[in-house]
Design a protein around this ligand. Structure first.
Ligand code: ZN
Length: 469
């Protein structure tokens, strides 16, 4: 040890390093060892402080001895304050949520892949993200972020992706350490599995990656081999230097399905189980923003995010004494009553109400089954559509009758690979034959090509590999 201290001291002299007595600190997993080194360096004129933890390049460091989150927590607190200021900016800028992606998130995530954000910290970041996005009381956070941020920019998705991305980058950059990293991975995984609150024992990037994947119900067997949550049979093996994007997409899908499950339990969330299509809500919002119609923008966001409070909801939360509708005074004002049932709606005389009157009976019948569609205006994504594989050949089916007799046929089609709206990239063709006073329809539908199916993830085609164990 004496030789080591002399070598270090000589190195300091050669490099002409200047020491700050307050900031020069020795941290070691064995404190006695650090004390002895400090004493030896003192003999050479270098005064270093022995401590349990130190802030190194803005990251809490303890040499893996304990978990320290002091710096990380202070950064999150600062982020929360910034988010409040961003929210004020909502009055002056069209999309204050952009400031989350460009400012709040980069600041908050610094060091988070090393020290690790516990679930409560992740929740704090998501809370200030929704605050920056203008989330209102009682809103669905998943919908608010999906409406305001770009696709897959929810911090619940960004964080695990950044952890895995940083880990794979480190793995790629240190091939000489792979054997040692494998040993450490298995040791740390066993230690985390043996504790009741694993996050208290996460001390570095390996533990962070293991625990983030475990929280998502992935099985992190090895540093480069992981398995998707049950009941998926898919396992992933990362090949050094390969593109990690198929793997990122699989992790994104896992988080997305968990977020949708949570959103489906929110107020009027039934129907959200497999996600919702935000296209229409986003289009309407953009259109209203272009026209400077901020009232409509606010209305769309309020309805879509379920941050409206009919009397029944207020009553259930103890905010009012009676759930009765204040307009008609006859029934409790549920969301269904407010939008579709109340006879006072007839007196409003707005085009939106008049033009959707023909839907009233169907809405009353189905509103309880799928409130996310009938009461929030969000189109649910059916599970079957997400799982549907692309057809190998064009899928042509004749519906309706008959033989292709001579006559006049009218043809129309929609969609295609280059359609601007991704939802229309499944081609559809309709052929109608008309007769005098009689309409005979012969419909023909055509399936999409493999490029058109957004949900068909080309995992195997890319560099990462998968297998079924
Ligand atoms: Zn009423």
């Amino acid at each position: 040890m004496g030789v080591a201290a002399v070598t270090i001291a000589e190195g300091f002299q050669e490099l002409h390093l200047t020491f700050s007595r307050k900031k020069s600190i020795i941290v070691s997993s064995a404190k006695d060892f650090a004390k002895r080194i400090a004493a030896m360096l003192k003999e050479h004129g270098y005064h270093l402080i022995v401590a349990d933890e130190v802030r190194d390049l803005g990251i809490d460091t303890t040499c893996g001895k304990t978990r320290s989150t002091r710096v990380l927590k202070s950064r999150i607190t600062k982020g929360t304050k910034r988010a409040k200021r961003v929210r004020v900016l909502a009055s002056f800028t069209k999309n204050p949520a952009k400031l989350f992606s460009t400012n709040l998130w980069p600041v908050s995530k610094y060091g988070a892949t090393v020290t690790g954000l516990s679930p409560s910290m992740q929740k704090q970041i998501r809370t200030f993200a929704t605050a920056a996005a203008g989330g209102r009381q009682g809103h669905c956070a998943t919908t608010t972020l999906a409406l305001q941020l770009a696709k897959d920019k929810d911090p619940a998705i960004l964080y695990p992706i950044s952890v895995v991305s940083d880990w794979l980058a480190f793995w790629d950059s240190q091939p000489q350490l792979h054997q040692e990293l494998r040993r450490s991975w298995h040791f740390i995984r066993a230690r985390l599995r043996g504790t009741q609150v694993p996050w208290r024992d996460v001390r570095g990037p390996i533990g962070t990656c293991i625990q983030v994947l475990s929280d998502l119900k992935w099985v992190p067997w090895h540093p480069d081999q992981w398995r998707e949550p049950e009941p998926s049979p898919l396992a992933w093996g990362y090949v050094s230097g390969a593109s990690p994007f198929p793997l990122f997409q699989a992790i994104t899908d896992t988080v997305h399905s968990q977020l949708c499950a949570t959103a489906s339990r929110h107020f009027l969330g039934k129907g959200y189980e497999h996600g919702v299509d935000m296209t229409v809500a986003k289009k309407l919002t953009r259109k209203a923003e272009k026209l400077g119609d901020q009232a409509t923008v606010g209305l769309i966001r309020t309805v879509a995010t379920a941050s409206f409070w009919p009397r029944q909801r207020k009553f259930d939360c103890g905010l009012v004494h009676s759930p009765l509708c204040t307009r008609c005074g006859r029934q409790p004002e549920t969301s269904k009553h407010r939008y579709w049932e109340c006879e006072a709606n007839d007196l409003i005389g707005h085009d939106a109400i008049t033009n959707s009157e023909y839907l009233r009976n169907e809405a009353l019948r189905l509103a309880d089954t799928c409130p996310v569609y009938w009461l929030r205006g969000l189109q649910p994504i059916p599970a079957a559509e997400l799982a549907a594989p692309p057809p190998e050949d064009d899928d042509l089916r004749f519906v309706g009758g008959g033989i292709w007799s001579s006559g006049t046929y009218y043809v129309d089609g929609s969609g295609g690979t280059f359609a601007s709206d991704p939802r229309l990239r499944r081609c559809g063709i309709g052929i109608v034959k008309l007769r005098y006073f009689r309409c005979t329809t012969t419909r023909l539908t055509m399936g999409c090509s493999d490029r058109c199916l957004a949900s068909a993830r080309p995992r195997t085609a890319l560099s990462s590999t998968r297998s079924s164990p």
